[in-house]
Every structure is written in structure tokens, then in C-alpha cells.
Design a protein around this ligand. Structure first.
Ligand code: PA5
Length: 422
């Protein structure tokens, strides 16, 4: 049982022959990507999942996470971009509520920060600051506020016990600060960029704090790695996904909408948007990644998707069995006129809405891809992460851009620092 791609609903635009031809055209490129090893470049540390299965590191993270789960009311995750997206995805979709997890250092809003600081008062607080390059303003300056608060509240020594710093262990200022103060230090692998970091200590540690079994997440990713490497490239879902989206782009479908029918997956959408947006949008190229949470967004962007410009395609994440149900209560009188639903369940309603949407969009001229996921569990979430990371690497390479840099992020920073340092 594994995640699998269904592309029958792009048949009006791309048939099997065209797809095969395009895979053949890019065969060398694709094979090179699929053969890559972590040691091949300074950005591919994520590609071999066994690198993430370091037993000592897993035990260290699990034991600190256990301490936090026993002692904390609130755990603050400080990080931005790739440094918090992956963890937030898993925590929001399947984490428990034993410890409240708050996100800070992902914006510069004083109102937002004030609200977080208010919430900490009188609570037992632990903080995980995550930054590959500690020069990033949002997490860096928020951590200054937070560590001063912890030191004032608990004293220097206990504050240090409550701070976990995940950063580049190559002499970065965060490492220096951590060593000086005595924080628990976790490595942000030097050869992994933020948006590819969820299956490293960057994502795994906060995920462990939320009670999710990180070993299952890694097991799913490893299984997906095996599948990708042992499947013929013409029948390989990750290859087909990367090639189809590039073919659609060539045909003028410039926008991809990741659609979910499960609000628990909304933060997965954000992770995916960041992964593809920062990796592919450069050199004047790239598909614009967007997302929808249905059925809510059927009452919003749904109108545009159905009837607007034909410049977008959709990729649905279809969770085949959500393992949850809620029966529709019976009523004798049909005053609300919903009695035609008597005896049905919300899971049936949601599935019907999904199927009706795919059909309507397909018939309305929208190419539709579907990634089927058996269940919403850590194992399949691990598969999803690894699948899209490889897909992004392949897709960007086919597109002809470097997936691992983000030169465009610098432009606003130059302007901002001119003002800030003036
Ligand atoms: O994916 C990326 O590389 C970026 O989005 C970074 O994660 C983000 O800019 C945060 O960087 P840092 O961890 O250095 O603060």
C-alpha cells in the first residue's frame, strides 16, 4: 500500500505517447537525478533517507522531546520558511494537544509577538529556535526576545535547559550562542536547504514534541525512496508527475493548485507551496504554486478555477481513508429540507464533494492530477514529503533551474537592511 499518482484526467492534454516521449527526451537528466547521492553535492543531504536514521540522534531527540512533553505547557517553535513549515505540517495534521505548540519568528508583527508573549505568562515554556543561517531577521530577533524572557523567568541555567537550538554546527553565531549558554544543540545539516529539511532534526524534533512517532515518518520516506529507485522510469509516479507538470507549463498552464478536501492538510499545502515556489520560481521561469482547501474554497477560488482563464491545473491530494466519520442526525420533519441525507455520514458528503469537483473541473477544461494517499498517518506523511521533494528536484532540473538556491529572496532584504542600518 503506497501513495500513487493518477493522471487519467490530463488525457485531453497529454496522452501516454506524449508522456513517454517526454520522459525519453529527458531520460539522461532524470536518471542522473534519481541516481544522485547525498555526497554528490552540498545540497543533496536529504536525498538518502538513511542519513536521517541516525540512531543516536533519534534517541537524543526523543528523550529531550519526552522531557518537554512531561514538563511543558507551551513549546515555542521559532523559525521561518523551510525552518518551520515541515514540522508545522505534521503537528497541525496529526500532533496531539498534550503540549501547546506556538509558532514565532515567522513574521515581524508586534501584535503577533505580543500575543505570544502574553500566552507564556505563568506557563512552563520550552523554546526551539531553528535557523540554518542565523542572520535571518524574523527568527533571530524573535529569539532575542524569547531568551531574555526565559532568562528573566527561570534564571540563566534553567533557561538554557529549556532552549533547544537547531542550527548549522560550523561555527554559526547560533552555535556559538548555544555553546556559550549551554543550550541543547541539534544539527541543521549543512547539505540540506530549509525547504528540504523536514526529515532531519529541523523537522523531526518539534514533531517528536507533538507526540508523533518520527520513526514512522522516516519509515514512510525510506519506503518511498525504495519505490522511486526500483520502479521503471516510464512507470515511475514521481517522474511522471515532474514531467507532466512541465508539459502542462509548456502548454500555457502556468499555475498549479494543490487541492485538499481535508482542513487538517492546510499546512501541508503551505509546505508544498514553499517547496515548489522557492525552488522553481527563478530565471523568469516556473509554475506558480497555489493551493486550495476544499470544500471551503469551492465558495471562493472554485469560481475562478471552473470559469476563469484556462491557465491553471490542479493536483489533488486524495486521502483514501480518513478513518473518521460523523453521522448526519435524523429529523422527522423536513423543515431544513436536508432529509435526503438521512442515514448518511459527513465522510460520504466530503467524498461526494471531492468526486463532483474533480469531474466538474475536468469537464470544464482543467487538467487534473491526483496523488492518492491511503491514510493520514505519519508513515504516509513521510512518503508524501519524500515524494514531493524528489518531484521538485526532478521538475526544477527538467525546467532548467537550480532548485536549491533562492536568489530572489535577497532583493527585499537589501532594501530593508538599507533602511534598518541607516
Ligand atoms: O528553504 C529555504 O532555504 C528558506 O526558506 C529558509 O528555510 C528560510 O529562509 C529560513 O532560513 P534560516 O533557517 O536560515 O533562517
Amino acid at each position: 500500500n503506497s501513495l500513487h499518482l493518477d493522471y487519467k484526467n490530463v488525457d485531453k492534454y497529454i496522452n501516454n505517447e506524449i508522456l513517454k516521449e517526454e520522459v525519453s527526451k529527458n531520460k539522461k537528466l532524470i536518471e542522473n537525478c534519481l541516481k544522485s547521492k547525498a555526497s554528490d553535492s552540498d545540497s543533496l543531504g536529504w536525498i538518502n533517507t538513511y542519513h536521517c536514521n541516525d540512531e543516536d540522534m533519534l534517541t537524543k531527540m526523543e528523550s529531550k522531546a519526552k522531557e518537554i512533553r512531561e514538563n511543558a505547557d507551551i513549546f515555542v517553535l521559532i523559525g521561518v520558511g523551510g525552518s518551520n513549515q515541515g514540522a508545522r505540517t505534521v503537528i497541525k495534521s496529526m500532533g496531539d494537544s498534550k503540549v501547546e505548540i506556538l509558532y514565532a519568528g515567522n513574521n515581524l508583527s508586534p501584535a503577533y509577538l505580543k500575543n505570544i508573549m502574553e500566552k507564556l505568562k505563568g506557563k512552563s515554556v520550552y523554546v526551539n529556535v531553528i535557523a540554518k543561517n542565523f542572520a535571518t531577521l524574523e527568527p533571530g530577533i524573535t529569539f532575542r526576545v524569547m531568551r531574555q524572557y526565559l532568562e528573566e523567568t527561570y534564571g540563566e541555567k534553567e533557561a538554557a535547559n529549556r532552549i533547544i537550538a537547531t542550527g548549522s554546527l560550523n561555527g554559526s553565531s547560533l552555535e556559538k550562542l548555544g555553546k556559550m549558554k549551554g543550550y541543547t544543540l541539534l544539527p541543521f545539516p549543512l547539505d540540506v536547504g530549509g525547504r528540504f529539511s523536514v526529515l532531519t532534526p529541523v523537522g523531526l524534533f518539534p514533531i517528536a514534541v507533538s507526540g508523533v512517532d518520527i520513526r514512522k515518518l522516516l519509515a514512510g520516506a525510506s519506503e518511498m525512496e525504495k519505490t522511486i529507485h526500483t520502479t521503471d522510469i516510464y512507470k515511475n509516479d514521481v517522474v511522471n508527475y515532474a514531467v507532466i507538470r512541465n508539459l502542462l507549463l509548456k502548454k500555457g498552464y502556468n499555475i498549479e493548485i494543490l487541492g485538499v478536501f481535508e482542513p487538517l492538510m492546510e499546512f501541508f499545502n503551505k509546505w508544498w507551496v514553499q517547496l515548489f515556489g522557492e525552488s522553481e520560481g527563478k530565471d523568469g521561469k516556473g509554475i506558480y504554486p497555489s493551493s486550495c482547501s476544499f470544500s471551503e474554497d469551492l465558495h471562493s477560488l472554485g469560481q475562478y478555477i471552473q470559469d476563469g482563464q484556462k491557465i491553471l491545473f490542479e493536483t489533488f491530494i486524495n486521502i483514501e481513508d480518513m478513518e473518521s466519520s460523523y453521522p448526519i442526525p435524523l429529523e422527522k420533519e423536513d423543515i431544513d429540507e436536508f432529509n435526503y441525507l438521512n442515514g448518511k455520514d459527513f465522510s460520504f458528503l466530503n467524498r461526494s464533494a471531492y468526486e463532483a469537483t474533480v469531474k466538474a473541473h475536468y469537464e470544464g477544461g482543467i487538467p487534473v492530477l491526483t496523488v492518492n494517499v491511503p491514510k493520514l498517518t505519519p508513515f504516509y506523511m513521510g512518503q508524501l514529503f519524500y515524494f514531493f521533494e524528489v518531484a521538485c528536484y526532478l521538475s526544477a532540473t527538467i525546467l532548467g533551474v537550480d532548485p536549491f538556491n533562492q536568489p530572489g529572496v535577497e532583493a527585499y532584504k537589501i532594501n530593508m537592511f538599507k533602511t534598518l542600518k541607516a
